[in-house]
Design a protein around this ligand. Sequence first.
Ligand SMILES: [Zn+2]
Length: 263
Amino acid sequence: MKLSSSLTLLVLAAVLAGLTAAARRTMNGAGAEAQTPGGAQRGTPCKADGNCAPDGTFAGTIGAPVVTLEEAAACLDSAYLCLGLEWKDGMARAFRWNETTRVIRIRVPLPTGDRGQAREMQQAAMRGVRAWDGYPFAIMVESRDRGTPADFTVEWMEKPPRNQLGLTSTRWTQEGGRATLAVTSFRLALASPSSRGPLATHQIELTAAHEMGHALGLPHSDEPRDVMFPTNTATTLSARDYKAMEALYRLPNGVGIWRGNEP
Ligand SMILES: [Zn+2]
C-alpha cells in the first residue's frame, strides 16, 4: 500500500512552495520501484502514469488449474475481485486459503523505539489485521511468541521503500490438485516514507487491513473508498471489500477463470 494521493498533493504543494530537489525526488515517479524480490505483480491496476503498487506480490509453482469456470459465472457479483486479478492469455487464477483453515494466527511484535509509541503502533497493526476477523476465518493476533507456531509474523520497516507503507508477499503451491497459500512476508512501515517521522497509527491500521486483504488473497480495488485501493484513501473496510472477499471464498481454490469460451 502506498501513501495517499492527498498527502502527495500536500507534499507537491510544499515542493511548489520551494522545497528542495531532494523532496521532489522522494515523492515523484512513485510506483515503478521497490518490487518485492522474486515476486510478480498481482492484480495491480497500473495506470498510464506508472501508478502501480508493488505490494501484494505472489510467487510459487502454479500448475494448470484443476477447476475452471467461465468469467460470467465466476465473476458475477464479485465487486472488484475479477477486475483486480492478473489476466494472461484470457485466463486469471484465484488463490486463497483452504477451507480447512480454522484460525489464522498472526504475530505482531512490538516495534523498536519509544515504548509508549511502539505499543500504540503494535495495537494499530493488530486492529488492522483483525478487521478481517471472521471474513472468512477467525484471526488471532499475539504480541509475543506463545509457543504455538504463527502462520506469519509482521515485520516492521524502519526505513520503508519509497512511498511504501506496506508490502505483502504470498506463495502459492499446487500439489495433487490442491493449492496452498503461505504468506512469505508481511511488512508494515513504522516511519512515514516521506517525512521519516513516526507513521500515524490510523495509517498503520489502514495499511495492516490492506495488507491482510492481500494475505487472504484479495487483489487491488479500482475504487478509492475501498481498503484494497492501492493507496490509503479509504477509512474503513467497505461493502465492496467484503463482497470481493466473499466472492473469492465462494470460488474453488486455484480456479482458472476463462474469459470467453474455454479452449
Ligand atoms: Zn496493495
